[in-house]
Design a protein. Structure first.
Length: 85
């Protein structure tokens, strides 16, 4: 009689790729840097998705560096003619 303890354990495993977190890929537990756990990473993800949620302080810092933070106006590849000024 063969020992199929490993196979029995595998079949009882309820974790699968579809259950993985869409952000970090963690199946059993989230990674430390997952947006569901780290508020700083969540903020960075959020301001990429919705630029209007950038904080006033971060807006001032970016402005001082010459960065204009907003919705991408080019939608794809920008040529020199249609780049925002």
């Amino acid at each position: 009689m063969s020992n199929n303890a490993g196979a029995a354990w595998y079949h009882s495993n309820s974790y699968h790729a579809e259950a993985a977190c869409e952000h970090c890929g963690g199946i059993i537990r989230h990674e430390r840097w997952c947006i569901t756990l780290d508020p700083v990473v969540y903020y960075a993800y959020e301001i990429l998705a919705e630029p209007g949620k950038l904080s006033v302080g971060d807006t001032l810092i970016l402005h001082a560096l010459g960065v204009s933070w907003g919705v991408n106006q080019c939608r794809g590849r920008c040529s020199r003619e249609n780049r925002p000024a």
